[in-house]
Each structure stands twice: as structure tokens, then as C-alpha cells.
Design a protein around this ligand. Sequence first.
Ligand SMILES: [Fe+2]
Ligand SMILES: [Fe+2]
Length: 166
Amino acid sequence: MNLMNKIYNDKEFMKVASPILDHKEFMKTKAIIHHGNTRYNHSVRVAYASYTLSKILGCDTKSTIRAGMLHDFFLERDDKNIATETKMLIKHPTIAKENAIQYFGVNEKEQNIIEAHMFPISSVAPKSKEAWIVTFCDKLVAMCEGAGNAKAQVTMWILFLVNFIK
Ligand SMILES: [Fe+2]
Ligand SMILES: [Fe+2]
């Protein structure tokens, strides 16, 4: 069974994820290429990886799934232009948060998970264990998907880990 089938067969995960997955507005992310795949599939993978870790650590799986699903909920396309792409790298968590409030009424905890997912690039820091889980899993999944160049990924990880040391 491949990973996507495993995810779609997980009843506990799907109970929370389905209303988002099947929503007309969220479905639009299926048409957007992100990390060499669709933004829709990337979001499902991040949500599932985060949910798995969240469950192991005894965290709030419902908010982890909802915010994991919605962390990249924006419809602007990835850009080849470095200047535009860098701007979007910083701006997109806030756009995703606003969209998530508008279409799914996410709570405050979920809002922070979404807005802090690019930490340490984002100015907003993770405030909960669930937010740390999603920012960690987003990087992990993006790396497996082969996002960006190796140098950028390594820099991101170093910045991320330095936050635990200082
Ligand atoms: Fe993102
Ligand atoms: Fe992401």
C-alpha cells in the first residue's frame, strides 16, 4: 500500500482531515505545483507526519491535523523569480492563516501553528508542542520531496536547530 492510500485509509486522521480535503476552496491547491508535487498532496503529507508524531507524544492531534492541512493554504503559485519567491517565503504563512480563518474558522492555537510553520524564517515563533511538530515535519517532508536546493535546506535546518541551543 503506498503512503497516500495508507493516509486515506486511516479513519482517525480522515475524520478530522476530510472536511478540509473535500472543501471546494482547498481543492484548488490540487492545481498548484509545490515542491515538485501538488500543494494539496504536500499538505496531506505534512498533516499526516505531524499527526503521527503528535499521537506518539500525546499531543492535540485534532489541531495538529487541521493546522497541518492548512499550513500552506494559499493559492498564489510558486515563482521561479528569486526575489518574488523570497518575499512569498516570508509572507505565505500569514496568507494561509487568513485563508484558514475565513474558510475553516481555525482557533488561536491552530492559527499560531500555521503562522509559525516557517520558523525561524517567520517572525512568529511556535507557541505549542503542536506548532513545533508541524514546523519540524514541514521541513522533513519538504526535504524528502526535494524542495529547494541542498544549501538552502541545510541552512534552514541549522537555523532551526540553533534555536534549541541558544
Ligand atoms: Fe509553507
Ligand atoms: Fe509546507
